[in-house]
Design a protein around this ligand. Structure first.
Ligand code: MN
Length: 229
């Protein structure tokens, strides 16, 4: 048994629908600008440029229903509803045709973003981490096993703030689909069981403030909700 000089951190994990067992999270990969209308609203050309990625720490995950404290150092705290892919198998140079064999299941995430910090970093050519990778920045609804969902490639993805719909799109609008995303990441680093991927958000992102009730969902995958406190 390895001895540690301090208490090792707990394993970050996600709930799984239909079981009390949890999915251990190794890394969180996030895809940038993966819906054309969102790329446009962020002031960028949605042409099929190669996908790009950023990451969040594994322990940014929180379960649906969480009360999320309004984070420090921002005046523009945003929601982004996203399809989440959880991997049960890893590998390098995974062909798109084999990519779906690596999927454990699917969930729904909200890529919480300190937009002011992200855009300031972007415009200065600096890393996005302070805008994207802060505490509790990845609420994720219980994963659904494949038997429940299959591989969702189309279906409504939506988010509402206090009951008012803000994002309303279809998974078929993804610029880079799930097999292409898995394949692309695996050509750059070795994917591993426990890795999850937040696949990008559709148009309609916007601010939330203390007291807001945020709800969202993906057809066939379920729903998520958080409160900002
Ligand atoms: Mn996002």
């Amino acid at each position: 048994m390895t001895e540690y000089v301090i208490t090792p951190p707990a394993i970050a994990s996600l709930a799984v629908a239909g079981t009390s067992a949890r999915f251990p999270v190794r890394r969180i990969f996030c895809v940038g600008r993966n819906y054309a209308a969102h790329a446009r609203e962020m002031g960028r050309d949605p042409d099929r440029e190669p996908p790009f990625f950023f990451m969040k720490p594994a322990d940014a995950v929180v379960d649906t229903g969480a009360a999320i404290a309004y984070p420090p150092e921002t005046k523009n705290f945003h929601y982004e509803i996203e399809l989440v892919v959880a991997l049960s198998k890893g590998g390098t140079d995974i062909a798109p045709e084999q990519a779906l064999d690596h999927v454990y299941g699917y969930g729904i995430g909200i890529d919480l973003t300190r937009r002011d910090l992200q855009l300031a970093a972007r415009d200065l050519g600096r890393p996005w981490d302070w805008g994207k990778s802060f505490d509790h920045s990845a609420p994720i609804a219980p994963l659904q096993k494949l038997a429940q969902t299959g591989h969702p490639a189309q279906g409504r993805i939506w988010l509402a703030v206090n009951g008012v719909t803000k994002q309303d799109a279809d998974l078929s609008e993804l610029i880079w689909n799930v097999p292409e995303i898995i394949s692309t990441i695996s050509r750059s680093m070795k994917l591993a069981p426990g890795d999850i991927i937040m696949t990008g958000t559709p148009a309609g992102v916007g601010p939330i403030v203390r007291g807001d009730h945020v709800t969202g969902g993906i057809a066939g995958v379920g729903e998520i909700e958080i409160r900002v406190v």
